[in-house]
Design a protein around this ligand. Structure first.
Ligand SMILES: Nc1ncnc2c1ncn2[C@@H]1O[C@H](COP(=O)(O)OP(=O)(O)OP(=O)(O)O)[C@@H](O)[C@H]1O
Length: 315
């Protein structure tokens, strides 16, 4: 469990993280989502004790990172895949990490196997592709077999195969009961990877909730219902105060319901004995929804001298 409370980080006049509070629970992948420059990396560095907060606290299983005994066995992180010494082999790099952290050498071969690098373990890490470097970074994060894992933009620049691999290993680690926090600036990516989202913009928390809920709310998802008993269902939904609109889809009369869940519509229909031919959730565009919510943050950065010029766009 990671608990971030009222965390603030200022760099001169720039407020990188602004009174941010959220928690990350075990057993699921939590996406840490925000446009470029929103403060994700700075927050992750503060969680790991690499940056000192201006104010606020971070606790990992109840303690600040600095107070953890043998921290590599509690928290593993991939912040920058390219920090490995280029002339060292993958195996030598991991052995050095294991030695300095009093971890058994056998873990090196285990994690190399986990990330699929056993066959290239003795090659220079400097010659690795980005995908291989990311795998090596993940191996390093797993070395101490930690309960908590953090990955900063791990899929950036990877090909589809690399992206799929990262997504699958994250979900596997979470299904083993670990706490997994992964940052991204792409909602479409997070929607496929994370069960829960912590969304930030301009260093501030915008929302922490389930991914599907965030997408539904942000994109104003509606529910499409087809039934041979249109009037009966319409009446029942009206009685519950639910908004209904008529549409014709594929030449069939259809009810479009907003502001409730498909479960609720299904339950109301069942209670009235109404036969349903279709009950489907219609979602809007993910990136559009995300940009809408973080719009203020994006606009702010677009007018700010510290901009990177690519806020809100895919890199
Ligand atoms: N060492 C630093 N000195 C000054 N400003 C900084 C420093 N580190 C970060 N910032 C600023 O803090 C803000 C948040 O940056 P941060 O890197 O945490 O964002 P991010 O969400 O991780 O974005 P990205 O995905 O682009 O890395 C930005 O405006 C950035 O310019």
């Amino acid at each position: 469990m990671i608990e971030v409370e009222h965390l603030t980080k200022r760099y001169g006049r720039t407020v990188a993280v602004d009174d941010l509070s959220f928690s990350v629970r075990p057993g699921r992948v939590t996406g840490f989502l925000g446009p470029n420059g929103a403060g994700k990396s700075t927050t992750m560095r503060m969680i790991l004790g690499l940056d000192r907060p201006t104010s606020g606290t971070v606790r990992i299983d109840g303690k600040p990172y600095r107070e953890l005994d043998r921290p590599l066995t509690r928290v593993g992180a991939l912040l920058d895949a390219k920090w490995v010494h280029p002339n060292r082999s993958a195996r030598a790099h991991l052995r050095w990490m294991a030695r300095t952290n009093r971890l058994p050498n056998r873990r090196v071969d285990e994690v190399l196997e986990t990330v699929g690098l056993s066959g290239v373990a003795d090659r220079r890490a400097g010659g690795f592709s980005l995908g291989m470097s990311q795998r090596l970074g993940i191996a390093a994060a797993l070395l101490g077999d930690p309960e908590i894992l953090m990955f900063d933009e791990p899929v950036n620049g990877l090909d589809p195969e690399g992206i799929l691999w990262i997504r699958q290993i994250m979900q596997r680690l979470a299904s083993e009961g670990r706490t997994v926090l992964v940052s991204s600036h792409l909602l479409s990516e997070m929607a496929q990877t994370a069960e829960e989202l912590v969304v930030i913009g301009r260093g501030k928390l915008i929302r922490q909730c389930g991914t599907a809920q965030f997408v539904d709310e942000a994109s104003g998802a509606t529910i499409r219902v087809r039934t041979p008993q249109v009037e009966r269902l319409r009446g029942a939904l009206h009685q519950e105060g639910i908004e209904v609109r008529d549409e014709v889809v594929d030449e069939l009369p259809t009810l479009v319901v907003a502001g409730t869940s498909s479960e609720r519509v299904g339950e109301i229909a069942a209670a009235q004995g109404v036969v349903l031919h279709e009950l489907s959730v219609q979602r809007g565009s993910l990136e559009q929804a995300f940009l809408q919510l973080t719009n203020e943050a994006v606009e702010y950065h677009a007018h700010d001298g510290a901009t990177t010029g690519n806020e809100g766009t895919d890199r």
